[in-house]
Design a protein around this ligand. Structure first.
Ligand SMILES: Nc1ncnc2c1ncn2[C@@H]1O[C@H](COP(=O)(O)OP(=O)(O)OP(=O)(O)O)[C@@H](O)[C@H]1O
Ligand SMILES: Cc1ncc(COP(=O)(O)O)c(N)n1
Length: 498
């Protein structure tokens, strides 16, 4: 599943027993719900002193307290799905039953927990009938082969075909979809089957998975059922939800050994795939990146402000031939800058960004033509060749194009927007009707330029916020390098004079 929108996070309640070693029961359920994109909640039916080797004792709190827990959740929270695990005895089943009827959650998955992997009973034998009846209130039950036999009130299946037939009878009789688990068959595969005989035709979907050689299977049933409750909220088709869950449980079982928890049947690694795919690194926000990057070019900005060229531009004392020489370089720069903007458009991941950079490319060419028509119309600067500063800046931009990374390319393009807009704004108070460079200053202090600059900053910092550490650092360096080229570009016209 790709990124889960925050509002679409299913609120999933596990009603189950505890495992203080965290591999089974509600502890496993909460991990499993989180690993499958849900918000987990838990109501405790029984406190179990157990570890990976077995169960030591079980404490069932008064059933009135169970009712209080259930109501505390449902009086406050809209519940999207419920997973039911260990229920311990008839009284607990009765309290859960009464609550289920009253609250009617939209998704109910019942894992008919009876006996732990270790062989210890987790449900009193005299409660099996009540559990069978409770199954009628569930949408899906997830029995293993021994549990299926008890739900069917029949002898245990010994083949996969018998399991499927028995699951169909249970499904029809109790009006519930059965996810039959073949993990207990002596096969080299670990098949599961979603069997639905509640309608007019029998629907069977089989999920094959290779059997993993491992002892880390403590809590697999708990984890599977709570993952399924979570996934059923998001998926229109239960068959697809089971497919996702099956792939997730296989990868989690496979990685169980990495955890090294306990000396018996260890837990599965609920987050193995997620950690591997997404990592643990945190990411700064786009706003934080905006501040950090602007700060990181503070010295460059101060140096630009102190340049005789910029000071002369501000107070109007700059010699016109120097300014025109600068504009001739700028015209050369803008022509290639437009090509680089066009490349950013070609690489853009979204239509909005593609359109933005294409429009900026067009704007850049138009600006170059306007320079020729206004300040450079007399042709005195025709034939000007790019000086060292212009060449170095363009080489840097063109090298980012060759690398082919959209992110670093747009980071390199940003200073030209941001620094010019900033300079324009700060020189504006010094402009006046008779100021020789008024039109230049007003061009960059214009509201339209501010809007375009803001959009560019947004696109770049959003891309940086999505990038991993290494990608973000490459972007920052490309950005800083361009800012330094801007400084050299502004310094160059007067450096040539001396
Ligand atoms: N060794 C294994 N290799 C691959 N998948 C497995 C393995 N063991 C269990 N599974 C899968 O894990 C899920 C839970 O199955 P299992 O039959 O173990 O349930 P269970 O007996 O109710 O679990 P529990 O151990 O919690 O009582 C099923 O999808 C099953 O196919
Ligand atoms: C509270 C609780 N619920 C369920 C199980 C079954 O899990 P497993 O059969 O894998 O031990 C368990 N051990 N403890």
């Amino acid at each position: 599943m790709s990124a889960v929108p925050t509002r679409a996070v299913p609120r999933v309640l596990s009603i189950a027993g505890t495992d203080p070693t965290g591999g089974a029961g509600i502890q496993a359920d909460l991990k499993s719900i989180a690993a499958n994109g849900g918000y987990g909640m838990a109501v405790v039916t029984a406190l179990v002193a157990q570890n990976t080797r077995g169960v030591r004792s079980v404490h069932v709190p008064p059933v009135t307290f169970l009712r209080e827990q259930l109501d505390a959740v449902s009086d406050d929270v809209e519940i999207d799905a419920v997973k039911i695990g260990m229920l311990a005895d008839v009284d607990v089943i009765g309290a859960v039953r009464e609550w289920l009827v009253r609250v009617a959650p939209p998704v109910v998955v019942l894992d008919p927990v009876m006996v732990a992997t270790s062989g210890d009973r987790l449900l009193r034998a005299d409660a099996e009938g009540a559990l069978r009846e409770l199954a009628r209130l569930a949408h899906v039950v997830t029995p293993n082969i021994p549990e299926l036999a008890i739900l069917a009130d029949e002898p245990q299946a010994t083949t996969w075909q018998q399991t499927l037939d028995q699951a169909a009878r249970v499904s029809a009789r109790l009006g519930v979809v059965v996810l039959a688990k073949g993990g207990h068959l002596d096969h080299d595969t670990a098949p599961d089957a979603l069997v639905d005989a509640t309608g007019s035709e029998l629907l069977v979907t089989v999920y094959d998975a290779s059997r993993i050689e491992t002892t880390n299977t403590h809590g697999t049933g708990c984890s599977l059922s709570s993952a399924l409750a979570t996934r059923l909220v998001g998926f229109a088709s239960p068959a697809r939800a089971v497919g996702e869950v099956k792939r997730w449980i296989s990868e989690s079982i496979r990685a169980g050994g990495d955890l090294a928890v306990g000396g018996g049947n260890g837990p599965i690694h609920h987050f193995a795939g997620m950690w591997q795919r997404a990592g643990l690194e945190t990411r700064p926000t786009a706003d934080e990146i905006r501040t950090e990057w602007w700060d990181s070019i503070r010295t460059v900005r101060e140096q630009i402000d102190a340049l005789p060229f910029v000071l002369g531009l501000g107070d109007g004392t700059l010699r016109e031939d120097v300014f025109r020489g600068y504009l001739a370089q700028d015209a050369l720069y803008l022509r290639d800058y437009a090509r680089v903007l066009a490349m950013a458009s070609a690489l853009a991941p979204t239509v909005a960004e593609q359109a933005f950079w294409a429009a900026a490319a067009e704007g850049s060419i138009t600006a170059e033509l306007e320079l020729h028509d206004s300040w450079l119309a007399d042709g005195a600067y025709d034939g000007t060749v790019a000086d060292d500063a212009t060449t170095a800046y363009l080489d840097h931009l063109l090298a980012r194009c060759t690398e082919g990374s959209y992110d670093t390319l747009i980071a390199a393009l940003l200073p030209c927007f941001w620094l010019y807009q900033d300079i324009g704004l700060r020189l504006l108070p010094r402009s006046h009707d008779a100021h020789p460079y008024r039109s230049w200053i007003e061009t960059y202090a214009d509201a339209g330029i501010a809007e375009v600059t803001e959009a560019a900053v947004e696109f770049v910092t959003q891309a940086a916020a999505r990038a991993d550490d290494r990608g973000r650092e490459a972007m920052r360096q490309a950005f800083v390098r361009s800012a330094e080229h801007e400084l050299a570009f502004f310094a160059s016209p007067l450096a040539k004079q001396t």
